[in-house]
Design a protein around this ligand. Structure first.
Ligand SMILES: *[C@@H]1O[C@H](CO)[C@@H](O)[C@H](O)[C@H]1NC(C)=O
Ligand SMILES: *[C@@H]1O[C@H](CO)[C@@H](O)[C@H](O)[C@H]1NC(C)=O
Ligand SMILES: *[C@@H]1O[C@H](CO)[C@@H](O)[C@H](O)[C@H]1NC(C)=O
Ligand SMILES: *[C@@H]1O[C@H](CO)[C@@H](O)[C@H](O)[C@H]1NC(C)=O
Ligand SMILES: *[C@@H]1O[C@H](CO)[C@@H](O)[C@H](O)[C@H]1NC(C)=O
Ligand SMILES: *[C@@H]1O[C@H](CO)[C@@H](O)[C@H](O)[C@H]1NC(C)=O
Ligand SMILES: *[C@@H]1O[C@H](CO)[C@@H](O)[C@H](O)[C@H]1NC(C)=O
Length: 369
């Protein structure tokens, strides 16, 4: 009794003076999918407790200003062929928390066929459109396709686990690998400004972090396994003032990947820093910077002729260490004519086995390719 009282007191206290129904014990714990809307509308301290979401339905969490929402238990999804997202979160001045031992289980194996979006439709898991928000301790398992798309301003994402290890080649059965399961993707559609992503562990099969649009973005203390690395994905938008630091990338296709999409419109990449990054056992490239990226289905070549319509200015690398596996290229640069400017790379030391570095079209200052 006492613990219930104390709990209720803490849960309500900050909001006790407003007219919302605030206590989780007073009806702000959601246990059935059908109750979500009314609780979201009426509460500011919400617990989603072990929800099972019907196939083809979206968990829409359009939160009131000042809301704290906690995921408790196992939030799980049922099979349906569609593109999702399975969860959308929006709001201003909000806090979203993954409770102790909670999991958001996308149940990816129900969809995975090794083809990503090129065979059947597979839902994205999370779409986050928030301002002045903290999303802390979210624990995601087995995304059917892309795990998280973010559009945020003044946003902190911290202490997340995204565990898609079950979709890895050699772990999942043949023809049932996960594909295109980006970890956290700062998407092109709307601005991302002043976003921090820190202290996260991500096991997946596409970019660990991908930034397609953003200003003042910091990514630090990440551990990425599998993945296509820490990625800047230049499209028809601007990416500027980005820092990636103090992170470890293991068994990735590429540890660090800066790419520009040749088929997209004009864009710009500038003032990007990677520092103190350890890349272990990368398969294809330790660092790959390419101005010729084509996004094609698995197994097809990813390159075309380079193009300078998304120039890359001021790309800095400091203290980047590690190795590539046999057949991998430690450092690969492919710049278009007049495509790359003012890069400075210091203490970049990635060991290769049987392939040399390849810098075509540009060599950074202070770096011997
Ligand atoms: C979550 O619940 C679903 C549906 O019952 C189940 O299939 C899945 O294994 C559970 N996930 C975890 C991590 O317990
Ligand atoms: C950047 O975002 C953080 C976290 O939300 C916030 O504390 C800080 O005030 C923001 N900075 C600016 C200049 O808005
Ligand atoms: C830029 O990001 C840093 C680190 O998150 C934050 O402290 C600062 O307030 C941000 N500045 C602006 C102008 O958003
Ligand atoms: C470099 O990053 C590692 C984590 O990969 C961290 O333990 C270490 O403290 C960082 N070093 C500095 C100088 O920040
Ligand atoms: C540029 O980006 C917008 C989204 O912001 C998209 O709708 C448009 O089709 C893109 N244009 C080109 C040429 O890629
Ligand atoms: C290059 O980028 C760094 C990091 O954002 C910034 O501090 C520096 O001023 C930039 N240099 C130029 C010439 O813009
Ligand atoms: C380096 O890469 C370029 C662009 O992909 C390629 O044309 C060239 O043959 C490569 N050089 C070597 C020595 O492999």
């Amino acid at each position: 009794m006492r613990s219930l009282f104390v709990y209720t007191l803490f849960a309500c206290f900050p909001f006790i003076i407003v007219s919302y129904q605030t206590s989780a014990e007073d009806g702000c714990i959601v246990k059935e999918f059908e109750e979500v809307d009314s609780v979201i509308n009426n509460c500011k301290d919400i617990i989603l407790d072990s929800l099972s979401i019907p196939g083809g339905k979206k968990l829409i969490l359009n939160l009131n200003e000042g809301t704290t929402l906690t995921f408790r238990g196992n939030t799980s999804f049922n099979f349906y062929e569609w593109t999702g997202p399975l969860i959308t979160i929006s709001g201003n001045n909000i806090k979203v928390i993954g409770g102790k031992d909670s999991v958001i289980d996308g149940r990816g194996p129900l969809w995975w066929d090794g083809q990503g979006p090129w065979s059947s439709q597979k839902p994205k898991l999370f779409k986050i459109q928030v301002t002045n928000a903290i999303l802390d301790g979210i624990n995601i398992k087995d995304c059917p396709s892309l795990c998280t798309i973010v559009n945020g301003e003044n946003l902190v994402i911290r202490n997340w686990i995204i565990d898609n290890l079950e979709g890895d080649e050699g772990v999942a059965p043949e023809n049932h690998f996960a594909h295109n399961t980006d970890g956290i993707n700062l998407a092109i559609f709307e601005p991302n400004e002043n976003v921090t992503i820190e202290n996260c562990v991500i096991y997946n099969q596409d970019d660990c972090i991908a930034i397609a649009r953003g200003k003042n973005v910091t990514v630090r203390n990440l551990f990425c396994h599998g993945s296509h690395g820490l990625t800047i994905s230049g499209t028809n938008s601007t990416i500027e003032d980005v820092l990636f630091e103090n992170s470890i990338i293991t068994m990735a296709e590429n540890g660090i990947h800066v790419k520009t999409h040749v088929l997209d419109g004009d864009g710009l990449i500038k003032n990007v820093v990677y520092r103190n990054i350890t890349i272990l056992d990368a398969k294809n490239y330790g660092i790959s910077v390419e101005q010729n990226y084509l996004n094609l289905p698995a197994g097809q070549p990813q390159d075309g002729p380079p193009s300078n319509h998304i120039p890359i200015y001021n790309l800095s690398m400091q203290n980047i260490y590690g190795n590539v596996l046999s057949g991998g290229i430690p450092v690969f640069i492919l710049c278009a004519d007049e495509g790359c400017f003012d890069w400075k790379w210091e203490n970049v030391n990635i060991l290769g086995d049987n392939q040399n570095n390849n810098c075509t079209g540009y060599v950074p200052k202070e770096y011997e390719c």
